[in-house]
Write a protein of this length. Structure first.
Length: 280
C-alpha cells in the first residue's frame, strides 16, 4: 500500500527481474553509442512505493544503521565542469571530509561521475543521466576486495584487508537544489539479503566486475531528503567488511520522479565520488 502525506509520497521505482532464460545476469558499463542504452540480459519492473521525506529528521539515519547519512558541508570547489580540475581540487577536500565524518584513517577516491538529466538525450560516458533502477554500486565481497587490490599499493593490501574497510559514495547536488529526480535510499534494516540481492556481472571493456541488482520487496522502507542543496551531501555505504549481523553493509538507492517537484525546478545535476575507506 502506498500513500501521500506532507512527509511521505507515492512514487515509482524500477526493480530487477530475473532473465527469462535463466542465464546469469549482466550489464555493460558503457552505453551502446547507437542506442544510448547499456546492453543487458534482464529487464526491469515498475513498482509503486512510499518514500518518506526525512527533512528535519536527518538524525534518524546513519551509515551503520540505515546505510546512509546526511551532512551539511559547503564544498570549496563549485564549478564541476573539468574532470582534471575536479580531481585536483574536489578530491583532496572530499578525502579529508570523509575521514573526518567517518573517523577513517585513510580514504582513496577511485572514480567520480557527474550526472545531468537531459530528457531525450542518450546516456553516454560524457553525459551520464540519473540511474532510475534500484541498485547497489559495489558489490559483493569478492569485487570489493578486488577494488582494494586494483587501487591500493600492493605492499599495503594485506594490512588494509586485515582491518575494516568500506566502499562509500559521496553524493551531492551541484549548481542548484535537487528537486528534480532526487535520490531515494533504502533503509538497510528492511532489506532481505537472501531474497533481494542478485549478483550481476558488470562488463567493462577490459574486464568483468560485479554489482548487485535488487528485487522488489514490499517490506522495504524508502527515504529521501527533499530539495537537497549543493551544500548538503549524503554518504552512501556500498560495502562494509564488518559483517556482524547488525551493522549496515550497504544501502540500495535509485533516482525517482518526485510528484511534488515544482514545475519550474531546474533539471537535476549531481556528482558522486566513490571511495575506499579504511580504519586502523
Amino acid at each position: 500500500m502506498t500513500f501521500s502525506t506532507a512527509d511521505t509520497i507515492s512514487a515509482t521505482l524500477y526493480y530487477f527481474t530475473t532473465p527469462e532464460d535463466g542465464s546469469a545476469p549482466y550489464i555493460y558499463v558503457n552505453a551502446d553509442p547507437s542506442t544510448g542504452r547499456r546492453q543487458r540480459n534482464w529487464d526491469i519492473a515498475p513498482h509503486k512505493v512510499s518514500i518518506e521525506n526525512i527533512r528535519g529528521k536527518e538524525d534518524t539515519v546513519s551509515l551503520d544503521t540505515t546505510g546512509f547519512q546526511y551532512f551539511r558541508h559547503q564544498a570549496q570547489h563549485t564549478t564541476f565542469e573539468n574532470s582534471e580540475v575536479i580531481k585536483k581540487e574536489y578530491y583532496p577536500e572530499s578525502i579529508e571530509l570523509v575521514k573526518r565524518l567517518t573517523g577513517a584513517s585513510r580514504a582513496v577516491i577511485f572514480d567520480h561521475t557527474i550526472r545531468r538529466r537531459r530528457p531525450g538525450e542518450k546516456d553516454t560516458r560524457q553525459n551520464r543521466q540519473p540511474v532510475y533502477q534500484v541498485h547497489i554500486d559495489q558489490k559483493t565481497p569478492e569485487s570489493a576486495v578486488a577494488r582494494v587490490h586494483r587501487h591500493m599499493p600492493a605492499e599495503d593490501v594485506p594490512r588494509l584487508l586485515a582491518g575494516r574497510f568500506q566502499i562509500i559514495n559521496l553524493w551531492r547536488p551541484i549548481a542548484h537544489p535537487a528537486y528534480d529526480w532526487p535520490l531515494a535510499l533504502c533503509d538497510y534494516r528492511t532489506v532481505d539479503r537472501a531474497h533481494d540481492l542478485v549478483p550481476t556481472a558488470l562488463k567493462y571493456p577490459d574486464r568483468d566486475g560485479q554489482t548487485s541488482r535488487v528485487r522488489y520487496n514490499p517490506d522495504s522502507k524508502w527515504m529521501y531528503l527533499r530539495g537537497m542543496q549543493p551544500e548538503e551531501l549524503v554518504l552512501i555505504k556500498c560495502y562494509d567488511s564488518k559483517d556482524d549481523g547488525v551493522t549496515a553493509k550497504f544501502a540500495p538507492h535509485a533516482a525517482f520522479e518526485d510528484p511534488t517537484t515544482p514545475k519550474a525546478a531546474p533539471l537535476r545535476e549531481s556528482i558522486e565520488l566513490r571511495l575506499l575507506v579504511f580504519y586502523d
